[in-house]
Design a protein around this ligand. Structure first.
Ligand SMILES: [Zn+2]
Length: 205
């Protein structure tokens, strides 16, 4: 099956515990060291098998084949991709059964990032996640004072709306945020604004 490596933990010697986001669940598997094994890294897309014959409860990761994508050699894209994909580990590790939304989202992102700025692509994908999980707050009501937001809007973790003066944070043109939320388009946000929102995402999905 296929999946994305969202976490790697070194155990003893060179053995690893690898968490992989696949279509239906996040697998956490043991990988024994092998000199001829391919190198694994966070963010890689792989084809793999699970060997469940181990005595322990954790299956063994085997028959790994890396599925490359065109921008893997682009340091900046790859760096941002790894930071983004790591967030899924924390976000989903307690979840028993996944729907294929997350796997498909990452698959689509790989294609999008070929042509688009990675932070913009991931920002738009994050809106998809919020919507999918029923956490997208499209009504402009301030989280802190519970009053309507008439002019500039500020977003805090989870992209919850606030007044800039209530959260002491950066104000955005409400229309641009509305466009981002409703059309999932960051086209009218400048690079500095995208960077600001990206930093909020990095606080956790
Ligand atoms: Zn307020």
């Amino acid at each position: 099956m296929q999946g994305f490596i969202i976490n790697i933990r070194k155990v003893k010697d060179e053995d690893l515990i690898v968490s992989i986001l696949a279509q239906e669940k996040v697998y956490t598997l043991y990988r024994f060291y092998g000199a001829r094994h391919s190198i694994l890294n966070i963010g890689y897309k792989i084809d793999f098998e699970v060997d469940a014959t181990l005595k322990s409860s954790m299956g063994r990761l085997k028959d790994v084949m890396q599925l490359g994508f065109s921008w893997m050699g682009d340091f900046e894209k790859m760096y941002n991709w790894q930071r983004f994909i790591k967030l899924f580990y924390i976000h989903l590790k307690e979840v028993e059964h996944l729907d294929s939304f997350y796997f498909e989202l990452l698959n689509k992102l790989i294609t999008k990032i070929t042509k688009q700025n990675p932070k913009r692509a991931m920002l738009e994908a994050y809106i998809d996640i919020l919507e999918h999980e029923g956490r997208l707050h499209t009504e402009h009501i301030c989280l802190l004072c519970e009053q309507k937001i008439e002019e500039n809007i500020s977003l805090v973790r989870g992209f919850l709306p606030t007044h800039p003066k209530c959260s002491y944070s950066k104000g955005f043109d409400s229309n641009h945020i509305e466009e981002l939320f409703n059309e999932k388009s960051a086209i009218n946000l400048n690079d500095e604004e995208v960077d600001y929102l990206w930093d909020i995402i990095l606080q956790g999905l």
